[in-house]
Ligand binder design. Structure first.
Ligand code: COA
Length: 145
């Protein structure tokens, strides 16, 4: 399949969010459209998409949100349209995310796998990732508990 990899356009919020929903990546505590707007086209983050064919006309078939925090790089919302999974597109969108990070001087990329989705660990291991034995701690800064 002929794919192009580039940042999403601002008006593709709904197309991207619906792919994330279709891939089971949305959760009640995150608004995918807000996540898209917050990351898109920033100095330290972006939402990359794979399209069939050319820019603006091609259907979005995969996504990866990328970003760095001044130290490590992160991948979020790695998703391939269900009908097109298993054809190497996931590996390609992750590679596009890695290139985005490398171009900004980031030397290590990390990602979080939800405990309900551990079958995807084998996918990342194929791509050279390894499990890092760490405890992730988090806290909402907007008053939520
Ligand atoms: C995970 C996901 C992005 C993988 O994309 P994909 O296009 O199906 O993966 P690819 O075809 O590029 O696979 C790359 C390699 O990983 C392997 N692989 C893919 N999914 C796998 C799985 N669930 N278990 C084991 N191996 C897997 C492939 O066999 C392939 O190996 P090969 O190079 O030896 O042939 C896709 O299945 C998806 O969107 N899943 C739902 C959303 C999700 O869970 N995202 C991850 C959030 S952390």
């Amino acid at each position: 399949m002929d794919l192009t990899f580039e940042p999403a356009l601002a008006d593709e919020e709904e197309a991207v969010a619906s792919l994330w929903r279709e891939c089971g990546l949305t959760v009640p505590y995150n608004d995918p459209a807000a996540d898209f707007r917050f990351a898109l086209g920033r100095e330290a983050s972006d939402v990359l998409v794979a399209r069939e064919g050319g820019r603006q006309t091609g259907r979005i078939v995969a996504t990866a949100m990328v970003g760095h925090d001044g130290h490590r790089g992160w991948l979020y919302y790695v998703a391939v349209a269900p009908a097109l999974q298993g054809k190497g597109i996931g590996a390609q969108i992750v590679a596009a995310g890695e290139e985005w990070l490398k171009a900004r001087g980031v030397v290590k990329v990390q990602l979080l796998v939800r405990e309900t989705n551990t079958s995807v660990v084998a996918f990342y291991e194929k791509l050279g990732f390894e499990i890092a034995p760490r405890v992730v701690m988090s806290k909402w800064l907007d008053g939520r508990e």
